[in-house]
Every structure is written in structure tokens, then in C-alpha cells.
Design a protein around this ligand. Structure first.
Ligand SMILES: *Cc1c(COP(=O)(O)O)cnc(C)c1O
Length: 354
């Protein structure tokens, strides 16, 4: 039944973000860029020894145990870290806090599709500069007047990483705008814009525990910036919901940060599998931009991506496909374990030979 007009006009309605499928049966899941390896052993141990009596009390609204661990890990002050319920929560708070001038916010036309959803939800005007034919951001597009800038580095779903020279160029041309660099995949790529935090007071770097730290289900993300911008972000968060992060997330997140060796080894394994997988895809005739994330954005000149996506799914191999203009012939394939990738390649070999 359609909403009555009189009610409908009083309700905020919007086109929601569409997340990748989360099938409940056992499949080869290469569709939402999760990590195929478990979180650090200390996380399991923290869960095992956690006292449920602590759940009687509200958690620390500032999640200080976690922000302190992150500050230590990244060599910044504790007042430079803001933690939230996944980087989606952190980014949504950033949109609400920093993109308020009424001038259009800039983000690429092909990028994380949540940006457009938040802009629409908060009624923030936006302009989406078009990526060039190689899916690269065009720096000059970000020299125009704007109400803020956001882009992921590496970009999603292309997996292309822009070096710090590019990021710094955007920052220096936009001294009077907040520039958010969404570094969900930075650990698989190269130097982080965190190196520029003390040089640019308009920079916010957002990272997540969902990818390299194998904790998508625990929902932890964070922003690092200067104390002034972090204070503004906290003021908005406390005006929205004081207790966003659960006690379990604060504890488990802190344990994960403590185990640097496990973190580095996990990244090494994914990058190694990614580089091997690129070679296998090339042998099969796939084309893709240089992938620097934990996924590869590939197309095959001879096979329709939509049909291939469906064929894979029928065989319980899930990848991501968007039926959408310039990227309609691409599949985004998350890097799983070597064993999972072998199942994928066995299927592709057969699909392409027949
Ligand atoms: C996965 C992802 C996020 C969000 O991850 P959370 O699970 O909410 O931390 C943010 N930005 C990009 C580009 C992503 O791919």
C-alpha cells in the first residue's frame, strides 16, 4: 500500500545504500572485502574472559581505552582520535559535522556509494567529478570552490591508490575546506595521509577495523585529525548518541591494536595472495587497473560481467557486480585465502575454455 500523501510529505525519505549480500550458507565469499583470516588471538581471548556483569553499565562514551591504544599505535595525541561504530558511522558523523556550508561537497563519480547516500540524507549539495578513462581522479577537478572533499585512497571499487603527492596537492589547494581521506584499504596499499596530519589542519583520515584487522562484524572505525576538528566531531556525536561503541567493541578493538606482529603478517598474506591472483587473472585474459587494496576490479573483454556474476553465484562463489554505466562490465573480486582463490580460478578456467 502506498503511503497517504498527507503522511508522506512529513516523512524524510531517501534512497538507501545497498550493501553486498551476506548469504547465510557456506559460500566462497569474495563480495564485501572482508578478511578471510581471523582477528588477532587476543581478541578471542578478550571475548572468552569478558565478564558479562560489565554490560550492566554503560560503556565509556569516549571509548578512551581504544582511542589511547590507537593514539599510541599511530603516534598522535589521544585528543586526535575519534572512534565510532565502523567507519560508516565515523564518516556519517563527519558529513554531519563538516559539510554544512551549503556549498557543494566534491567526491568522484565512481567511488564508495555511501557518500552520495549521506549527502542526500543530510541534504548536502554535491558534485561528482568524473574519473578519467583509466579510473584515476583528476586533481584539477578539486581546485574549484567547494563545501568539502571526500575520497577513498585506495579508491573503491577500483582499488587504485594515489600517492601522497596527489593527496597533498588536493589538501594544499583546499586550505579552507575539510578534506576527508577514507583509508579503509590503506594497509594493503602504501603510505597513509596520516603523515600529513600535522601539516594540514583541514585533513581528516578515516580508517577501519573491518578490512585489514578482520573485524567487520565488531563494527569499529576511527578518525584521526587535529584536536580542534576531533572536538567538533565529538560534540556532534554526543548530541546524537553518547554511547555508540559497545563495551565488547572497545575491549576487542584495543586487543587487536596491541598485536602489531599479527596485523603485519595478515597484511603480508593478503598482499601476497593478491599479487599471485593478479597473475592468474591475467593468464585468463582479464584486464584490471593496478590493484592496491584487498580486492581486484576486473573485466574480461570476451565475457559479459553480469552473466559471469550469475554463473559464479550459481556455483556458490560470490563476487560484486554493479549494473551501472561505466563499471557494468567489471567484477569486484575480494582477495580471499589462496584456497578460495583457487576454487574461483578453477571455475573461471572452465567457464572460459568451454
Ligand atoms: C568498507 C568500507 C568502509 C566502511 O567500513 P566499516 O565496516 O563501516 O568500517 C568505508 N569506506 C570504504 C571505501 C569501504 O570500502
Amino acid at each position: 500500500m502506498a503511503l497517504r500523501q498527507e503522511l508522506a510529505e512529513k516523512i524524510r525519505r531517501t534512497e538507501p545504500y545497498v550493501p553486498g549480500e551476506q548469504p547465510q550458507d557456506k559460500v566462497i565469499k569474495l563480495n564485501t572485502n572482508e578478511n578471510p583470516y581471523p582477528p588477532a588471538p587476543g581478541v578471542q581471548e578478550a571475548l572468552r574472559t569478558m565478564d558479562a556483569d560489565r554490560f550492566r553499565l554503560y560503556p565509556d562514551p569516549g571509548a578512551h581505552m581504544l582511542t589511547k591504544a590507537l593514539a599510541g599505535r599511530y603516534g598522535v595525541g589521544e585528543d586526535q582520535v575519534f572512534a565510532g561504530v565502523g567507519s560508516d558511522d565515523v564518516l556519517a558523523m563527519c558529513f554531519l559535522t563538516f559539510f554544512t556550508s551549503g556549498r557543494p561537497v566534491l567526491f568522484p563519480d565512481i567511488t564508495y556509494s555511501f557518500y552520495k547516500v549521506w549527502a542526500e540524507l543530510y541534504r548536502i549539495p554535491y558534485i561528482c567529478p568524473v574519473l578519467d578513462q583509466d579510473f584515476r581522479l583528476v586533481r584539477e577537478d578539486y581546485y574549484r570552490e567547494n563545501g568539502g572533499i571526500i575520497f577513498p585512497n585506495p579508491n573503491a571499487p577500483t582499488a587504485i591508490y594515489e600517492d601522497l603527492g596527489f593527496v597533498e596537492d588536493i589538501l594544499s589547494h583546499n586550505r579552507d575546506s575539510v578534506v576527508i581521506v577514507d583509508e579503509a584499504y590503506i594497509d594493503f596499499a602504501g603510505p597513509s595521509a596520516l603523515e600529513l596530519i600535522n601539516k594540514y589542519d583541514n585533513l581528516i583520515v578515516v580508517q577501519t577495523f573491518s578490512k585489514a584487522r578482520s573485524m567487520a562484524g565488531m563494527r569499529i572505525g576511527y578518525a584521526i585529525s587535529n584536536p580542534d576538528l576531533i572536538r567538533c566531531l565529538n560534540d556532534i556525536k554526543y548530541s546524537f548518541n553518547s554511547y555508540t561503541m559497545s563495551q565488547a567493541a572497545i575491549l576487542c578493538g584495543t586487543e587487536a591494536v596491541k598485536d602489531e606482529a599479527y596485523f603485519q603478517e595478515g597484511i603480508r598474506k593478503i598482499v601476497e595472495t593478491r599479487e599471485w591472483a593478479k597473475g592468474e587473472l591475467r593468464k585468463l585474459g582479464f584486464l584490471f587497473p593496478e590493484a592496491k587494496a584487498n580486492f581486484i576490479f576486473a573485466r574480461h573483454p570476451k565475457y559479459d560481467a553480469g552473466e559471469l556474476f550469475e554463473a559464479l553465484k550459481k556455483n556458490n562463489i560470490y563476487v560484486r557486480h554493479w549494473n551501472d554505466g561505466r563499471i557494468g562490465q567489471y567484477l569486484r573480486i575480494t582477495v580471499g585465502t589462496e584456497k578460495e582463490m583457487k576454487v574461483l580460478f578453477d571455475f573461471l578456467r572452465e567457464y572460459i575454455m568451454k
